[in-house]
Every structure is written in C-alpha cells, then in structure tokens.
Design a protein around this ligand. Structure first.
Ligand SMILES: C[S@@+](CC[C@H](N)C(=O)[O-])C[C@H]1O[C@@H](n2cnc3c(N)ncnc32)[C@H](O)[C@@H]1O
Length: 296
C-alpha cells in the first residue's frame, strides 16, 4: 500500500537551475549516493539530537534530496506529527517516495517545488534544510519563503558549507583540475550559486536578517567525510560532482583529451589523503544556522 506520494504540486516553472538539477545532476547524485548521503549525514547527525522538534510537530524539509533527513525528522515528530519534503528534482523525489513506502512510514509526504518560488503554506513548527539553500539563485527570496512557511515563533535550521579552505573534500580536486583546464566561463551551466555561496558568516547573517529572521545563530561543525570507496571511485566522484566536476564538464572535449593526465594527478593527490574502513576520507566543515520566525 502506498503510504507516501506526491501531494498537490507547487507551481512548476522550472528555472534553468531546476532544469540543471533534473537533467544533469540527478543521474550523477544517484550514482554517488553512497558518498553523498554518508558525508552530508555527518553534519546533520551532529545537530539532530538538539533540534527544536517535538512530538506532534509539523516539519518542512527543503531540498530534501533522497529523503533520509525527512525520515529522521518523522521519528522526532512521532505518529501524530507530519513531515513534508520539498525538492525540485523528480528523480530524488521518486527515490524518497520509494524509501518511505518501502519502510511503511505514514507521516511523511513529498512535494515537487522550487523553494525560491513557493513553499507549502501550512504554518510549520519547524523548517529544516541540509545543504539545499546554498543553491538558491535568489537566497533571500528562498530563505524568506522558508520563514513564511513557519508559524509565528516557529524555528528553522539550515546547514551550509563553510569556506573552501576548510572543505578540501570539495576544493582540492578543483585546484588539481585547474592545472589542466580553464575556469568555467560566466555563461557556464550550473545548479545555482554553488556550495560556498553561504560560507561567509557576515554575508549569510545579512541574508537571514533580510529574509526576516531573528535569533540568528551560527555553529561550526567539522567532520571527515567519505570521498570514495577507493581511489578510482574518488576520482570518478570528483570529476562528476562539485566544483571539479563543473570545471571538467564545462571544458568538454578538452577535458576528455586530457582525462588521462587529470586522473593521474588526482590519483596522486587522493593517495595522500587519509583512509577509513569504508574508503578515502577528507575534511569538511559546515555552518549550522538556526533562527526564529518572529511572533510579530
Ligand atoms: C546537495 S543536495 C542536498 C540534498 C539533501 N538535503 C541532503 O542533504 O542529502 C541539494 C538539494 O537541493 C535541491 N534544490 C536545489 N535548489 C532547490 C530549489 N530552488 N527548490 C527546491 N529544492 C532545491 C536539489 O534538488 C537537491 O536535492
């Protein structure tokens, strides 16, 4: 029996970024789900025990991806609570719905939507986003929509990457690839501003104020993350997703011509990294940003 399904869709006007998530990134994210969910979870696991979520709450998970955080949130709200996951990408929603149905979870539903355009207006008690907000082309609009989805006094938490220097798992491979290929041009196809768009503490605090939040707090979380089960997996991951992947993709034929040299250089750099039982790990660092929708 289907317990989860897509409920009434939000307005669907796909921006170029939403199209990019669906057409270019979704297959790559599915291929490297083992790396992404493992790594991103290190940051949410650090905050889940302290989230201001209670039994019976209504919770919105923005940019919910594969649905694993929506499932975790559903445990926190219990059977009388509700979790709605919103994402702009069909393949992620299909995966999430299948997971929820397979597990027989009754209090989670999903909607397709662009958070910059609209979010469900249900006066949620809590809004959450793990590494989804940095891709907003208009971050204040997206953050404001998240605030408007909250009841007065409702709380939100979103997790974003800190600076490049503290995130070698994303930045190191780009530096290597740029030894062989040019920087992407201004007209490069992208999924939005990118992983470091909310890295600056002052800038992201100003965005949050402009979106109408109060009680804005940033907490730093550092965690080693998996970048591949082995060196070949790590190279394939870096050339598919993230900043290095963008340089490689945008360089087109030139990248393919130089693939052998690039892969050799990446192998050398990746071989210098630490390894764990599951594979190669590198350092990462995030901001956990919490805030309130003021009551008045
Ligand atoms: C890096 S992934 C993180 C996914 C998930 N939250 C996680 O932590 O595994 C970013 C997610 O945000 C979604 N996304 C990006 N821009 C969005 C937007 N404007 N509206 C809704 N979802 C968006 C993407 O489709 C993707 O699922």
């Amino acid at each position: 029996m289907n317990t989860a399904q897509r409920v009434a869709a939000l307005p669907e006007i796909d921006s170029e970024f939403v199209q990019f998530w669906n057409e270019v990134l979704a297959p790559k994210f599915l291929r490297f789900k083992h790396i992404l969910v493992d790594g991103l979870s290190r940051h949410s696991e650090a905050v889940f025990p302290q989230l201001p979520v209670h039994w019976g709450d209504r919770v919105l998970d923005v940019g919910c991806g594969f649905g694993d955080t929506a499932l975790k949130l559903s445990e926190l709200v219990g059977p009388d609570g509700q979790v709605v996951g919103v994402d702009c990408c069909d393949a992620f929603l299909d995966y999430a719905i299948n997971e929820v149905n397979t597990k027989g979870v009754a209090n989670v539903s999903f909607q397709r939507g662009d958070a910059e355009i609209a979010l469900p207006a249900e006066a949620f008690d809590f809004v959450f986003a793990r590494f989804g907000t940095m891709f907003f082309a208009n971050p204040v609009a997206g953050l404001r929509n998240m605030r408007r989805a909250l009841r007065p006094g409702g709380r939100m938490v979103h997790i974003v990457w800190r600076n490049r220097a503290d995130n070698p798992w994303l930045s190191m491979a780009k530096d290597v690839v740029l030894e062989f290929l040019p920087q992407p041009g201004a007209d490069a196809l992208t999924c939005g501003p990118g992983p470091f768009s909310m890295a600056n503490e002052g800038t992201v605090t100003t965005m949050m104020h402009s979106a109408g939040y109060t009680n804005i707090e940033l907490r730093r979380v550092d965690a080693p993350v998996l970048v591949g089960n082995d060196v070949a997996d790590a190279i394939a991951f870096q050339l598919a997703i993230g900043p290095a992947g963008e340089v490689f993709r945008e360089a087109g034929a030139e990248a393919e011509e130089k693939r052998e040299q690039i892969e050799a250089a990446l192998a050398e750099a990746i071989n210098r990294q630490k390894s764990s039982a599951s594979g190669i790990v590198m350092d990462s660092s995030s901001w956990v940003i919490s805030a309130t929708n003021p009551a008045h």
